[in-house]
Design a protein around this ligand. Sequence first.
Ligand SMILES: Nc1ccn([C@@H]2O[C@H](COP(=O)(O)OP(=O)(O)OP(=O)(O)O)[C@@H](O)[C@H]2O)c(=O)n1
Length: 404
Amino acid sequence: MRIETLPEEFVKAQPIIDTIEAAGYEAYYVGGSVRDTLLGLPIHDVDIATSAYPEEVKSLFKRTVDTGIEHGTVMILDHGTGYETTTFRTESGYQDYRRPDSVKFVRSLKEDLNRRDFTINALALKTDGSIIDYFDGLKDLKAHRIRAVGDPEKRFNEDALRMMRAVRFASQLNFVIDPETVAGIKHHGGLLTKIAVERIHVEFVKMLLGQWPAMGLDVFMETGLYQYCPDFKPYQAQFNQLRTELKSGMSNETAVWTLLAAAFNLSSKQVNQLLKDWKSANQLIEDVQVAVKAVHGIATHSVDAWLVYQTGNELLSIANEVAQKLGQSSYETAALLDQYGALQIHSKKALAITGQDLMAAGIKPGPQLGRALNFLERQVVEGQLDNQNKTLLEAAINYLNEKA
Ligand SMILES: Nc1ccn([C@@H]2O[C@H](COP(=O)(O)OP(=O)(O)OP(=O)(O)O)[C@@H](O)[C@H]2O)c(=O)n1
């Protein structure tokens, strides 16, 4: 098998391989970029595997960075691009079910490919476009199948995260998982509890962002893997619902979490807790809480100006995307965004009056001044007042007189 025209990312990286080969070593493109090229998908990072030992690699290039030298990885910098170049290796140990305790550098490509997770990830590509395939990866690619290299039990015992990777690849590629590999996942699912939640989180989000999340969710549920993901175990029923409803992936991470929070019917407090447990960034937590509120408004057809204003353009699109995926929206996203666009103001700063103006008119600083500004903001957003300095000043004074 030979690829006629290599994507430009590989062509750009060719001088690296040429240099290594000219020094008498072997070097190949490996990993996800080879798999994705064969599937006609865009590629992200070009990874290189070589028979040269790390010190030998370093001696061949002017600019290198030791990104993971103990595992044989050196990054070669070339015209502003970094290429991770890893010495062929075998691995052993894995006491933490995640990283090998020790690696042994070897000179054989076959041994290196033999340590990898799935056959579709164990292909090597030469600069002339030919493919080296020791484990029937091409056959599996053609059959749209994820199959562990060698013994699945051993593969998952070495690195438990690979089970989540299998789920994620199923969702990204619309592939099925080979029965023996599924059996390995069922048997070793419990090892996931040994893995840091952040790592599970990354794979889980990638799964829901994949184009065929129902494929990934099927495996996630049927193998029982969900039971070993902290915080997700109680949501079996909701996951099952999602599997049938979710036809395609989500647009981004905020959308993924909004979908889960909405599908799981979580309260604001629960969303907060879930996302904190999953070590999410504060901004993400805030955004999801706002978006969930908007999903609820959209689902119950109570999308008023104030909700639209509070949610904002970006989160409004996300909220509608989620509501649509859950079959709860009949709104056109464009119509919601038009509604947002038609508001007189899009932030408090845009009010035609300031706290200074109010103080100049004799209103004392303090909580009542803040309350007056909040009142004006809402009135302007809801179209009860024009956003004009004089109008707002009069309205503020009336409001405060009424409250007095
Ligand atoms: N737990 C893992 C992680 C990675 N690999 C091997 O290392 C390669 C590169 O890993 P990574 O960059 O994490 O994933 P990709 O397969 O490249 O996929 P993607 O870039 O889409 O995440 C994989 O293809 C696979 O051969 C592995 O065997 N076991």
